[in-house]
Write a protein of this length. Sequence first.
Length: 321
Amino acid sequence: MNLSSEPSGRAGRPSSAAHLALVAATALATLALARPARACSVCGCGDPLLTSSDPAALSGQLRLQLDSEYLSMRAGSEDEPGAHDVLTQWTHRFNVAYRPMERMTLSATVPVVQKTLRSDASGELRTLSDAAGLGDVEVSARFAAWRAVAIGAARVQELAFSGGAALPTGDNGVRRDGARIDEHGQPGTGAWGPFAGVHFRFEQHDFTTFASLSGRVRTRNARGYTYGAAALWSVHGQFFVRRRLVVDLGVDGRAAAADRDDAGAVPHTGGTVLSLAPGVYVNAAGKAWLFLRGQVPLLQRLRGDQDVRPSLNAGLQLQLR
């Protein structure tokens, strides 16, 4: 949901509450137990604003969020045939979302990134790099061009347009033993990453569904590397199982072109991945909500040798006013 006015009726109890809770539990169990699935080497599936402007069960004018995300992926090594580069990444984000008017939401996200890149040759792991620091700050805006509210039916429909950019604030020149580490081990991309998209939301009583489609491009960084342009999409449904409990089940996707460097298309990058995206939100106290989200790759059509495990994202949302 966006930071926008919500219809009344949240206090009701859906008759299928137990069933929905079971669906959520099953989805999260799938997330925890899923086997590795093939996917893009640097993957960001779904709505670019999902993390920064989805307050789940919150409405208001100003909201803060702290969250942490863990992911692990691997791709065929360009330097050592038969070996794989294995990346594990922690991202800790601080986000602020502000609604200066009824139809507009502004947001900014400041990430701190820790990346460890290892070489896996016949099961033997060797650390190639371990870098941490400020990532690429992201700023964005979403404007509802059309909005329809039916108070009697407790229904809201909204069509919004979004835009923003990732800024080249993260360090893209980290070195180890005198040599620059691999591009995918750097805390920042060293490039601008503008995006634009369209978002539709339908809400009635205890149910909300939204769908979005966005496109993101990347500029060439100072080292001559360009991350592939990507189409990103999300379709989600959220259910208020209880007044203080929301379950979210959706599908996030990404279709990306191959990365490019001075030699042309980079092997083992780019392609399409579709992920199951379950989530749970719990009202811990007052206007503070805890959440747990994840992505489980289900379908993929990718370039080269790539593999990614499910990702997890957990955090706290606090509405200030």
